[in-house]
Unconditional design. Sequence first.
Length: 277
Amino acid sequence: MTARPSDKAQQGKVALITGAARGQGRAHALRLAADGADIIAVDLCGQIDSVPYPLAVAEDLATTAELVERTGARIVARQADVRDQAALGAAVQAGLDELGRVDIVVANAGIAPMAAADGWRDVIDVNLTGAYHTIEAALPAMIAQGQGGSIVLISSVAGLAGIGSHDAGAIGYAAAKHGLVGLTRVYANLLAPHSIRVNSVHPAGVDTPMINNDYVRGWLAELTTATGSPPDMGNALPVAVLQPEDIANAVAWLVSDAARYVTGIALPVDAGFVNKR
């Protein structure tokens, strides 16, 4: 294992990341590890019935762990469902037992059942309640440390604009992502006395398995057929899709000392998507 330079921005800190097996979650883990943080990585690594595209599996989480270790960082990777507060708490405790602390939280776990008729409850439970569970699992240690910290909730442009279809999963997705703004603002006020900052990030479409799959492409095609024209999912800047690293870069800034007085904001990282609306 290679030694890490002492001038890294997050040296000596530990970051908890949910949905860490692939996509944005893996990008957050790798970026923060490169910045010097050790990682507590959590992912369900299993399927949810209402989600019609493949979710991550255990091998994906193992790959994230291997890539993080190549940076010289330590990682504790555990399978847990963010909907299950006890299971998530046990996973976080395993990380605390080995790494000793938690300074950064990236509540990233999310699903996009969209056209699924039975998707409402699952998308609310994963995308919104799961974020609440994640914050609550980390808070006792963060507060007890007495050294502040940073929490970032990964939302979406669908948390800032009324976009979607008349499907239970799509409406639930937008509702959950809007709900993360409420969590951000409440916790930013509640945790300010502890110098713990809370912000949300709102990406446009990102090239991850949650978006880049046959199901979502089919859903968009059905919307086009139903309305006679494709939905306006375009960005203002001439880029069709963002990369996971683009979002990880924004998160890395938010959790750094460079953003030490930034709290309670909803930050679009969207190539101008919201501004077009």
